[in-house]
Design a protein around this ligand. Structure first.
Ligand SMILES: Nc1ncnc2c1ncn2[C@@H]1O[C@H](COP(=O)(O)OP(=O)(O)OP(=O)(O)O)[C@@H](O)[C@H]1O
Length: 379
């Protein structure tokens, strides 16, 4: 069978580019097509560096050529990622950089109670176990829980002198430096913060705190997508965001809003991915049985739909809840499937952070992937 180049272009025209209303050829993504007998080489340039996006494009090209041109064609896709270099480069970190803090990652959820704080605490502990220096900022002004989850309810940050200035010293627990709105409010006190007040308190906990050198500062945001989030995020130099959702439809609808919030023009914080929490329940006496109480694969499908990475799933496990309540995050339970699940998700977060940090010097990228035990990510 003789393969014609023009037929390959026709096949590629059947692939649409998400969000652009154009096909792959019209958008200029297809740079070149070469045909050698039954071998077809397609050169493509895209601006989305996520692994999912790359995989999706490769698969679409393969399928289109096999379907429209020749089923046995040997297709090779050369993919090049070119981030836009204009002023609105999405990789640019907004806001004042904080000296000594390499990556600030916000953890958000649209809906409340989906396990955002649980994921934040365990992500922080897992990173610390991997050897990173980690801080956790509990910015959940409606229901701060880090003090309970890290068993530091009765502690208070001390004041220390750094270069002649007095600064707040985070409280350290399980290798994580913790600051929480909860240190400054009474447990039974209803907290009514207006956006600017909340942003000011948080700014103090970030800029007037003695965090020292951190590889990661993880920020537990309040649930929802309101004004408070906007003021917090516009003042913080965020590296990226992780969105937590259960597979349930009402939670997914809110998670979608959460992703849209990060992606809107005035914010433009890259979404590192979605974590599916409470993905299923397995009774301890029947560990092979999985019950999809909140629905199956909802967050995984949402990630695919929105073309953002899926970072992994966590089952509904009684010990995760208990660990949170007693103040010893479940990721500390060595040798358990729960520890493994948190480790895997944490590695994915590190991988996506490295991938996102196009501006990160390569040595730094290798350092952080090696510490997380991930394969080095090519820059
Ligand atoms: N995978 C899980 N298995 C069992 N229990 C869980 C799991 N994830 C979270 N929980 C429990 O669910 C409850 C809500 O979790 P968490 O406080 O982390 O949610 P949140 O989204 O941060 O809530 P908020 O809206 O108050 O900020 C907690 O009691 C927590 O221990």
């Amino acid at each position: 069978m003789k393969i014609e180049k023009k037929d390959i272009y026709k096949a590629l025209e059947t692939i649409s580019v998400p969000g652009e209303g154009q096909n792959m050829v019209e958008s200029g993504a297809v740079k070149n097509v070469v045909v050698f007998g039954e071998e077809v080489v397609v050169d493509i340039t895209i601006d989305n560096p996520s692994l999912q996006a790359k995989k999706k494009i490769e698969v679409s090209i393969l399928q289109a050529i096999h379907k429209e041109v020749y089923q046995k064609a040997q297709v090779k896709v050369n993919l090049k990622v070119e981030a836009p270099t204009t002023a609105d480069n999405k990789n640019l970190i907004k806001g004042k950089p904080i000296p000594g803090i390499d990556n600030i990652i916000a953890v958000a959820s649209g809906k409340g109670g989906v396990g955002k704080s649980t994921v934040t605490a365990n992500l922080a502990v897992s990173l610390a176990k991997m050897g990173f220096s980690v801080g956790l900022l509990d910015a959940d002004i409606y229901g701060p829980s880090a003090t309970i989850m890290f068993d530091v309810v009765n502690e208070r940050p001390l004041s220390v002198n750094v270069d002649g200035k007095s600064k707040m010293k985070p409280v350290e627990s399980y290798g994580v430096k913790v600051l929480s709105i909860g240190f400054f409010t009474q447990p039974d006190q209803a907290v009514v913060w207006r956006g600017p007040m909340a942003a000011k308190a948080l700014n103090q906990m970030i800029f007037d705190a003695a965090w020292g050198k951190l590889d990661f500062l993880i920020v537990d945001l309040p649930p929802g997508t309101g004004d408070i989030h906007l003021s917090i995020m516009q003042s913080l130099p965020l590296t990226g965001a992780v969105v937590v959702s259960t597979p349930q439809n009402v939670a997914l609808a809110d998670a979608r809003k959460g992703v849209a919030m990060f992606q809107q023009d005035s914010i433009q914080v890259p979404v590192l991915g979605i974590v599916e929490n409470m993905a299923y329940f397995s009774p301890p006496e029947l560990p092979e049985n999985k019950y999809y109480i909140f629905g199956q694969h909802g967050a995984r499908n949402l990630a695919e739909d929105l073309d953002i990475p899926f970072l992994g799933e966590l089952p509904l496990v009684q010990s995760i809840r208990e660990a949170g309540d007693v103040g010893r995050p479940a990721a500390m339970q060595e040798g358990t499937p729960t520890e493994t699940a948190f480790t895997e998700i944490t590695k994915r977060v590190v991988e996506e952070t490295v991938r996102r940090n196009d501006n990160l010097p390569p040595t730094q990228a290798i350092k952080i992937t090696t510490m997380a035990g991930c394969s080095a990510v090519k820059k």
